[in-house]
Design a protein around this ligand. Structure first.
Ligand code: PEP
Length: 262
């Protein structure tokens, strides 16, 4: 059984003081939930404070991006060894990076390799746009993004990778994919690709998060699907109450699944 992984992507939100307040509100309620991996990805500047506060609290702290070169004249960029010095994970290939900052499948792959070389766990985001979805291209787009994004990655390295399927049309829109539609992409497109590249055993262990308007109202239904192994949460991760409720939904579904397997 795969352990759920619920991660909050705070995007360009929260000053250090605001991040501290949010974490103070969340930690007491997250304490003791050990059947779900929990992560937050605050803006870079809040990372040191969040890492310090989350030490020993069962919450992983990650960055939202990194650059593939290890050092040098790249004004404004942050390198993988710098992130790895304090963080456990990093997100690469988020659709906002692709849309606003020219991220391509090739640069996703470069960032992924740099992150893995630095010892980080990585969430690799994929997902189709509304136009691609309406043109029936979801499987083709996700296949291309994964094939190129994961090019050259070995079975051993894949142990540190989580895939986040985030249909672009569902991000920040309040219009989540139905659990069935999301699961179809996870089960029939993404997991088979992982099997092909990494073999059955590794593919079965790898977690595939769903992302796109996950809220306390739809989380449990999503988590109950066979191949949805957690969530990458944007908007609802900015408030303690909603993020906690989503984590608790994952925890409850995990308990139910454990019980029914007995
Ligand atoms: C995201 O940006 O990763 C995301 C899923 O955002 P939201 O939950 O706000 O749709």
């Amino acid at each position: 059984m795969r352990k759920f992984f619920v991660a909050g992507n705070w995007k360009m939100n929260k000053t250090i003081a605001e991040a501290q307040a949010l974490m103070e509100a969340m930690l007491p309620q997250l304490a003791g939930i050990d059947n779900v991996d929990i992560g937050v990805a605050p803006p870079y500047l809040a990372l040191p404070a969040m890492v310090e506060r989350c030490r020993g609290a069962g919450v992983k702290v990650g960055a939202q991006n990194l650059f593939w070169e290890a050092s040098g004249a790249y004004t404004g960029e942050v390198a993988a060894p710098m992130v790895a010095e304090i963080c456990e994970f990093v997100i690469v290939g988020h659709s906002e990076r692709r849309k606003f900052f020219g991220e391509t499948d090739e640069t996703v792959n470069q960032r992924l390799k740099a992150a893995l070389a630095a010892g980080l766990e990585v969430i690799v985001c994929v997902g189709e746009t509304l136009e691609e979805n309406e043109a029936g291209l979801t499987a083709a787009v996700v296949t291309r993004q994964l094939t190129e994004g994961l090019a050259g990655i070995t079975e051993a390295q894949a142990a540190k990778i989580t895939i986040a399927y985030e249909p672009v049309w569902a991000i920040g829109t309040g219009r989540a994919a139905t659990p069935e539609d999301a699961n179809r992409v996870h089960r029939d497109v993404i997991r088979p690709l992982l099997r092909q590249q990494f073999g059955d055993a590794r593919a079965e262990q790898m977690r595939i998060q769903y992302g796109g308007s996950v809220t306390p109202d739809n989380a449990a239904e999503l988590f109950a699907m066979s191949d949805i192994d957690g969530a990458l949460v944007g908007g609802a991760s900015l408030k303690a109450e909603s993020f906690i409720a989503i984590v608790k939904a994952a925890s409850l579904v995990a308990i139910i699944e454990q019980e029914t397997k007995k």
